[in-house]
Design a protein around this ligand. Structure first.
Ligand code: FS2
Ligand code: SF4
Length: 547
């Protein structure tokens, strides 16, 4: 196996024996083969589209789900990946049949022709992974784009589940994958494609924002309970608000409470979920603390997306773990939707009823809900605070959290920030500083949480609005610095999206991606001023934040 798609990759180079995330070598290779299938399907689908022929929705759905399930910590269930591959051949061959019936020529590519039995999968997979591209820089750029597309697929899938779709995004994804598969693109051409991926990433995040807000209202300032009640609970994790809605509906008179974990915390900010009195609060912290927190939660856990940490062999909660959508874990019950997209959570609810109430690990409240609509309602107050010097700078600290010790940097950085600065955050990175009690500036909290990682879109909307209000020509003239933490591939699409909006001088940590070759890193440094993080002190100085 070879995988280097996430920030925790082995030795900052690549996982070769087993993933640091827990993904075993066989599953890693099976995922490589699934991506091979995705490439084949994309080539034919793209070719049909180029000839103005229709492509079935099933194709779009398959590609989005297949990309999503290969994101870090989403799916550890080899069997479910194999099933996707089997289905993928059928889709590919049906598309080829369609092309041949219409005399549409297809390019030459192994991805269009190979097919073997399950016994052949592993050997084939070993030849079609990341290292198939021998040129280090081209490999780097291709993987940068593919990881961006994986993040895009995740956000698109959530929007689609709420009935919001955009054909042009699917077209872009499939066209891009087709180009990477069949064309000999130069480094310059791939760089342009990476930026284009960012641009479509903005469109995808805007689509998801519209899907979420038109379904559940605009996030508003909300205090979220982090303690527990006395009734049994169900813990819902991940990013999918549609799953949450169905769970809340089905649990409302059951005597069971629903708590959020990790990236589901921002669901509390949406007005539509406030009517559920049993929507009890947020339990715990970011994804990587789940082994302890799921143990003490005592009740069932539903994963709607990544991040799953493989439970230890003696984990007491494995029988209480449920997955859905693109996620999977061997031995855990997977909940599928019926043909209308509805899910039946009876088994989770019945399991919860047999469980003890959660053990309280924290007490109190956290505040959030500062997505674009809410912040723009406070715009006058914010602008005034900037003009009169009460707010000197905004620090965008969006992104992901992770296990590495070096991420303590973000807690220390937040603690050491001067009192006239405000953190703008989104994603699970917030857990490094959202319980520090950093206070407020004239009633404006010093940590403004917009929501999930996809709500980084909100931060871009806010920045663009401030640029307009202050009459600036360039978004980089704003008193905003970017100190972003990344972990998995959704952060890659967020980064590409910010670059496509012209944002420069982004600091990325705790380490730069292993998949960026030295030459590609140089392009990002020279053209966008991207850099890694230093020490807290040196970065404070660099950002002009020393008092
Ligand atoms: Fe966090 Fe994991 Fe949000 Fe990522 S819970 S690192 O999936 O997408 O951010
Ligand atoms: Fe390694 Fe990250 Fe890939 Fe897992 S997702 S195998 S930790 S690089």
């Amino acid at each position: 196996m070879f995988c280097f798609q996430c920030q925790e990759t082995a030795k900052g180079f690549g996982c070769t024996l087993k993933g640091v995330c827990g993904k075993n070598a066989t599953t890693a290779r099976t995922m490589d083969l699934l991506l091979f299938v995705v490439r084949g399907i994309s080539v034919v689908a793209n070719q049909l589209r180029q000839h103005s022929l229709p492509v079935e929705k099933d194709v779009d759905n398959f590609i989005v789900d297949a990309l999503f399930c290969t994101i870090t910590n989403a799916n550890f269930d080899n069997e479910s990946i194999m099933k996707r591959i089997d289905k993928g051949w059928e889709i590919r061959d049906a598309l080829k049949h369609q092309a041949s019936a219409q005399n549409i020529p297809l390019p030459e590519a192994d991805e269009l022709n190979w097919k073997g039995s399950h016994n052949d999968y592993d050997a084939k997979a070993a030849t079609v992974g990341i290292l198939r591209e021998k040129n280090e820089d081209l490999r780097s750029l291709k993987e940068l784009i593919i990881y961006g597309l994986k993040g895009m697929a995740a956000y698109l899938e959530h929007a689609m589940r709420l009935g919001h779709n955009d054909e042009s995004i699917h077209r872009f994804m499939q066209n891009t994958i087709a180009q990477i598969t069949t064309k000999s693109l130069s480094a310059d051409e791939l760089t342009v494609l990476a930026l284009k991926t960012g641009e479509i990433g903005v469109r995808t995040m805007a689509l998801l924002d519209k899907a979420n807000t038109s379904s559940y209202g605009n996030p508003e300032i909300t205090r979220v309970n982090i303690g527990t009640g006395t009734r049994p609970g169900i813990l819902i994790s991940g990013h999918d608000l549609h799953d949450l809605e169905e769970l809340l509906e089905q649990t409302k008179d059951s005597g069971v409470d629903v708590y959020t974990h990790g990236e589901m915390l921002p669901a509390h900010y949406y007005p539509a979920f406030k009517k559920y009195t049993h929507f009890a609060g947020n339990y715990g912290n970011a994804w990587w603390k789940q082994r302890e927190e799921f143990t003490s939660f005592n009740g069932p856990i539903l994963f709607t997306t990544n991040c799953i940490v493989p439970p230890l062999p003696n984990a007491t909660y494995k029988e209480r773990m449920f997955t859905t959508n693109s996620t999977g874990y061997p031995g855990c019950k997977h909940i599928t939707a019926d043909e209308k997209g509805h899910k039946d959570y009876t088994e989770i609810i019945e399991t919860a009823k047999q469980c003890a109430a959660p053990t309280e690990i924290e007490h109190g409240e956290i505040i959030g809900g500062f997505a674009h609509n809410q912040v723009l309602q406070l715009a006058d107050k914010v602008v005034e605070a900037v003009k009169n010097g009460a707010i000197r700078k905004f620090i965008v600290m969006a992104g992901c959290d992770g296990r590495m010790r070096s991420r303590d940097y973000y807690t220390t950085f937040a603690e050491m920030l001067p009192k006239d600065t405000v953190i703008l955050t989104a994603g699970c990175a917030k857990y490094r500083y959202n319980k520090l009690g950093l206070g407020d500036i004239n009633g404006i909290p010093r940590v403004l949480d917009a929501g999930q990682c996809n709500d980084s879109y909100s931060l871009a909307v806010i920045a663009l609005k401030l640029k307009e209000v202050f009459g600036l020509h360039d978004i980089n003239e704003l008193p905003i610095v970017y100190n972003i933490a990344w972990y998995e591939q959704k952060a890659v699409i967020v980064l590409l999206a910010l670059l496509s909006l012209g944002i420069k001088e982004i600091h990325l940590g705790p380490t730069l991606p292993a998949f960026l070759s030295p030459d590609v890193t140089k392009v990002l440094v020279d053209n966008f001023g991207i850099s890694g993080i230093g020490t807290v002190e040196s970065d404070m100085k660099k950002f002009g934040l020393m008092n």
